[in-house]
Unconditional design. Structure first.
Length: 144
């Protein structure tokens, strides 16, 4: 992504060959990864946190769901869930809003979401949403 207002630019084949030689991974556009059935970021995060029986959620367009919804084998406290998320993600500074004491049914939208994703997660019966966005940028009622 070019930061001088030129948008997304192509990389030459030579860049990819050199990255391959150096065993460097490259991530260019997030949507194809978000919606991929096998390697989705949300699916991977949900699996690592221990969420089972995953179903797709948060359809942003063609290709599939960007989010996943499922259940933990047993309800756990929010504190234990946060510890598990911190361990899996290696992020210790987690931001959260406590609306319940326990976590059982979880929606995962790994990169972040908007009011539509929050509402859909609630409509699916999830008691918890795990997402990358913690700040209510739009300052909307549903975001609060």
């Amino acid at each position: 992504m070019e930061t001088s207002n030129r948008g997304f630019l192509s990389l030459s084949e030579g860049y990819f060959e050199e990255m391959q030689e150096r065993a460097v991974s490259v991530y260019i556009l997030h949507t194809p990864l978000d919606v991929h059935d096998e390697i989705s970021t949300s699916r991977a995060l949900a699996r690592e946190v221990g969420i089972k029986k995953l179903a797709g959620s948060y359809y942003q367009g063609p290709g599939g769901p960007a989010g996943r919804c499922g259940r933990l084998p047993d309800p756990i406290t929010l504190e234990n869930f946060l510890r598990r998320v911190a361990q899996v993600t290696r992020v210790n500074d987690l931001h959260f809003i406590r609306n319940r004491k326990t976590v059982h049914t979880v929606g995962v939208i790994a990169g972040g979401t908007d009011a539509k994703g929050i509402l859909e997660t609630a409509t699916l019966g999830c008691d918890t949403l795990l997402t990358g966005t913690y700040y209510n940028q739009g300052q909307t009622e549903i975001g609060q």
